[in-house]
Design a protein. Structure first.
Length: 248
């Protein structure tokens, strides 16, 4: 999905924009084949009751309110339930970015002006000066979202947010008391490993191995197991911390 037409509603100011997903799937794509003959597997929508293949226009959606009983909806009925002004990004407030736990962040979109862009660049500058992010609501595709708009160097990025009921974090009821000496060593180890976030240096090792394996197979070479460094298991926490610091 690219070049999604939308508009930011900033009070009475309308800012026409284009949304483009920032993240692209970098995984190597495989097709499923029949092991016996090598033919590609096909997926067919099939009704076991009518014993026939089904076309897309003959499918409706059903909610199972009890087992094997459904409340059905046509596409036209579901369209009636969509929020009004679904193509708009309606700002509802401005909040500090640090007040939002990153666990709520879902997917990000690059937002660019559509047209002359005067209102867009004014909004960029205002966000930059205020050091706040805009909390908004919108519809992307067929899904309703709350989202944030934040200024990043040159333009605005929209990040959709998960709803609270979509997030489950198990709370630890353990009342373990931390040993001060162990804590001091752990802090030293953290400080010794302190660095900068440099995304250009982080490589998807698994995908690199797959690409190399594809190249090797095309050349008729056998696939070799990925080498891994063996690590000695140290059960004593204090000893493990001390040895880790010495190694650094």
């Amino acid at each position: 999905m690219a070049n999604i037409h939308s508009s930011i509603q900033f009070a009475l100011v309308n800012i026409p924009v284009l949304l483009n997903p920032i993240i692209k799937n970098n995984d190597t794509s495989f097709n499923q084949l029949h092991k016996k003959c090598g033919e590609r597997i096909r997926y067919v929508k099939y009704c076991p009751h009518c014993k026939t293949k089904i076309n897309e226009q003959d499918i409706i959606k059903g909610y199972p309110y009890v087992e094997d009983d459904y409340i059905t909806f046509k596409k036209e009925e579901l369209d009636l339930l969509k929020p009004k002004n679904e193509k708009e990004i309606e700002i509802i407030s401005f909040v500090p970015l640090e007040s939002i736990d990153p666990i709520y962040f879902e997917k990000s979109y690059d937002i660019n002006p559509e047209g002359k862009g005067k209102a867009y660049y004014l909004f960029c500058e205002a966000l930059k000066k205020c050091k706040l992010v805009a909390l908004a609501k919108t519809v992307i595709g067929s899904k309703f979202y709350y989202c944030i708009l934040r200024f990043t160097e040159q333009n605005i990025v929209l990040t959709t947010l998960y709803f609270e009921e979509e997030i489950y974090v198990q709370k630890d009821s353990n009342d373990y008391k931390v040993n001060q000496k162990e804590l001091d060593l752990a802090i030293q180890l953290i400080r010794s490993l302190k660095g900068k976030f440099e995304p250009n240096k982080y490589i998807d090792e698994y995908q690199e191995n797959i690409k190399k394996a594809i190249d090797d197979k095309m050349k008729g070479k056998a696939i070799k197991k990925t080498k891994s460094k063996s690590k000695k298991q140290i059960n004593d926490l204090m000893e493990a911390l001390e040895k880790s610091l010495k190694k650094k």
